[in-house]
Design a protein around this ligand. Structure first.
Ligand code: ATP
Ligand code: MG
Length: 331
């Protein structure tokens, strides 16, 4: 386009493009594991049901730090299986039902939230065990094969040992149910492992999948490719400033080495380039520095994309003023 020609896109085009960037799902090795495991469990269950057999259901636990991409992976899994199983919660038969563990995660609260996710009008005066009986009945009526609990680490938070054991027993009873066993898809932060491991019987029935951290050296090439991929999708060019190892390392640090956060920062930077310069934008490290500064309120010397010694910056800390890095951590 020469400098006299008028821009030929509208703000609506840009917004559409940004939506499409946000929807882009980058395949992950952990996702393949999750997919393979889930697929195998589903197939086995279909075969058992066809033969009129009832076995204890198996479950999957997906763990990773905040921003690693757990919720996104489960959403993508559900999307991928939308033809292989009934996943529409509006329909009577719904084979996958997911919910977020409520807070506080008492058995009564979790049971009530599960009932609501099952679309059952919950009356507030029932006790915990009665609610869970209802949950099991609804799971059977709706022919639910998998129940997804996201933020499942909260099941153990602020609980006494006794309460924790009752959580574990309830989870086991869903899987062992003699009328309609249900598999669980527990996703959450690494503390979730403690809940599952506290009970040998539960641990034996749960397959763990862990989302790892990005590796500052090994993942450099991959990260550069992902930046390129988002830019290609947005149909903008990239400058050399985002095609080198030093940049990739800054980006990983900014994302605290979490894959999901890294993808999110790239989406923000590409969107920022589009919103400010349209499709003529050339993606550069400046776009990253600007979105990082906006998001973290960081002065230049605290900006991972600008500061020379960025290794000392804690990217999780918002509005960092450079004071005591420990405050609030021990509360
Ligand atoms: N495979 C992926 N491809 C593209 N973007 C991703 C991918 N995985 C995660 N993201 C993006 O990363 C961000 C964080 O992901 P997500 O919310 O799934 O993390 P999480 O592990 O559930 O974190 P939390 O424990 O805080 O809930 C989201 O904006 C999401 O869009
Ligand atoms: Mg999440």
């Amino acid at each position: 386009m020469n400098k006299h020609s008028k821009k030929f896109w509208t703000d609506k085009d840009i917004r559409k493009m940004v939506q499409s960037l946000r929807r882009l799902y980058i395949p992950r090795p952990e996702f393949d594991k999750l997919d393979a495991r889930f697929g195998a469990l589903l197939e086995q269950r279909r075969a058992d049901d066809a033969d009129g057999m009832l076995f204890t259901a198996r479950s999957i636990m997906l763990v990773g730090p905040s921003g690693s991409g757990k919720t996104t992976a489960v959403r993508h899994l559900k999307h991928k299986y939308r033809h292989a199983m009934a996943t529409d919660t509006e329909q009577e038969i719904c084979e996958f039902i997911g919910l977020q563990v409520p807070s506080p995660a008492t058995m009564k609260f979790v049971g009530a939230a599960t009932l609501r996710a099952l679309g059952y009008p919950y009356s507030g005066n029932k006790q915990g065990p009665a609610i869970w009986d209802q949950v099991k009945e609804q799971l059977r009526l709706r022919r639910t094969l998998f129940l997804g609990f996201d933020e499942a680490q909260d099941l153990a938070r602020f609980q006494t040992d006794k309460e924790r054991q009752s959580v574990v027993n309830t989870l086991k009873s869903l899987m062992e149910n003699s009328v309609w066993p249900v598999g669980l898809l527990l996703s959450g932060m690494p503390d979730l492992k403690k809940i599952v491991n506290q009970d040998a019987q539960l641990a034996r029935r749960v397959d763990p999948i862990e989302i790892g951290r990005l590796h500052a050296v090994r993942d450099v090439e991959h990260v550069i490719k992902i930046v390129q991929r988002y830019a290609d999708r947005a149909r903008i060019e990239v400058t050399a400033s985002v095609k080198n190892e030093a940049f990739a390392m800054r980006l990983m640090h900014a994302a605290d080495y979490q894959f999901g956060l890294m993808a999110e920062i790239v989406v923000l930077a590409v969107s920022h380039a589009l919103f400010t310069q349209g499709f003529e934008a050339k993606l550069s490290i400046r776009h990253f520095a600007e979105v990082y500064g906006e998001r973290n309120g960081a002065e230049e010397w605290m900006n991972v994309f600008i500061a020379e010694d960025y290794g000392r910056i804690n990217p999780r800390k918002l509005l960092d003023d450079g004071e005591d890095p420990d405050d609030g951590e021990n509360a």
